[in-house]
Design a protein around this ligand. Structure first.
Ligand code: ATP
Ligand code: MG
Length: 111
């Protein structure tokens, strides 16, 4: 968890390896950042582009009976955007995932 100002590391435009359904934050805005990282299988660029879609599940072996509904990330990103922030994903095949929740800071940011 951290705090700072939106810039190329957190608030810039999406680029290969980083996806988000939400628009970039204003450059220089005060933000709080919460990262959750895993060392799982990661996602291909094609899957990473789609995981925030409702009902999308990247792993075809995960059925409704045994897997999730494909809604978790769509809901999480919608909530983040509803608070003026965004949910980002950094990933590559075999490289795990880093989900980064970026929210505007409530008070004056660090100078
Ligand atoms: N940490 C992760 N590593 C690899 N793939 C992931 C990861 N998180 C999500 N995914 C892929 O993204 C898909 C969508 O995730 P999402 O959380 O939206 O839905 P879900 O986990 O399938 O179901 P729900 O969260 O609604 O129970 C997952 O089905 C999975 O294929
Ligand atoms: Mg889920």
């Amino acid at each position: 968890m951290g705090a700072g100002r939106a810039g190329s590391a957190t608030g810039g435009t999406d680029r290969p390896g980083r996806t988000s359904p939400s628009p970039p934050l204003r450059e220089g805005a005060s933000i709080c950042v919460l990262e959750v990282a895993d060392q799982g299988p990661g996602l291909s660029p094609e899957a990473a582009d789609r995981v925030f879609e409702r009902f999308y599940r990247a792993d075809p072996s995960r059925s409704h009976e045994h897997g999730g509904s494909g809604l978790g990330l769509a809901i999480a990103s919608a909530i983040a955007q509803g608070h003026g922030g965004r949910l980002e994903l950094e990933t590559a095949t075999g490289a795990g995932c880093v989900f980064r929740l970026v929210l505007p800071a409530a008070g004056p940011g660090p100078d």
